[in-house]
Design a protein around this ligand. Structure first.
Ligand code: C5P
Length: 217
């Protein structure tokens, strides 16, 4: 590991989408490249943290010096996060599917001539951020993300309280942030809101890692 202000600390990061199977060849997913989450994992490692990155399916290379646990579904992501505890820092950047198909078909659903389209019954997925925020082994600093298209800070404040986390990194996704190289975020804590200028996702990650080091110093 690199030595730095986060040496000796374990950081858990989630990244990417989850895939929720419908049948062996179909799934429901979210749009998420994993760029921001992977960049955060790399930035924490660069400051000396031991990092476990729990990632859904992404097209990105593993960040160097980071332990990567690959998962597909939200339930697998939660299990991998709980298995990674204890950790001092947890950052939930993954775009987790809120619902899964209640009964995954064991065989490919067949389109039959003249038959109506199937109806998919859905079940609620666990909320990983909320679960870890209230966990017996809760990390000291729990950070969630909020993608909003309006009232960004107001919604982030509500999310902070509802999820029980310490900080929310709120971004306005009304523009071209999804899958893009840059991000404009607000760091919302119980005490204050910091408005950060638009910058590359790697820089958002580096600044967030530095802010975490300052907080835990
Ligand atoms: O509730 P919402 O999806 O807007 O909250 C976003 C935050 O919650 C993100 O940090 C995301 O990673 C996390 N989340 C989660 N598990 C879910 C849904 C969201 O960890 N099932």
């Amino acid at each position: 590991f690199a030595t730095g202000p986060l040496s000796g600390l374990h950081a858990l990061v989630t990244s990417g989408p989850t895939h929720e199977p419908i049948d062996p060849v179909r799934y429901i997913a979210n749009r998420s490249s994993g760029k921001q989450g992977h960049a955060i994992a790399a930035a924490l490692a660069a400051l000396g943290a031991r990092v476990t990155l729990v990632s859904g399916p992404v097209a990105l290379a593993d960040p160097p010096g980071v332990t990567v646990r690959r998962v597909e579904t939200a339930r697998e992501m939660l299990a991998a996060c709980e298995a990674a505890l204890p950790a001092e820092i947890a950052i939930f950047a993954a775009a987790v599917a809120d619902w899964r198909v209640a009964r995954e078909a064991g065989q490919k659903l067949k389109k039959q001539p003249g038959e109506a389209a199937p109806t998919l019954g859905m079940a609620l997925n666990p909320d990983i951020l909320a679960t870890l925020s209230r966990h017996a082994q809760r990390p000291r600093l729990v950070i969630g993300f909020a993608a909003e298209t309006e009232h960004v800070v107001e919604h982030a404040r509500q999310k902070l309280a509802r999820k029980g986390c310490d900080w929310i990194v709120a971004n306005d996704v009304s523009g071209d942030v999804m899958g893009g190289a840059e991000n404009a975020v607000h760091l919302v804590t119980a005490a204050a809101v910091e408005d950060w200028p638009r910058m590359p996702k790697e820089q958002v990650a580096a600044r967030l890692a530095a802010r975490i080091a300052e907080q835990l110093a």
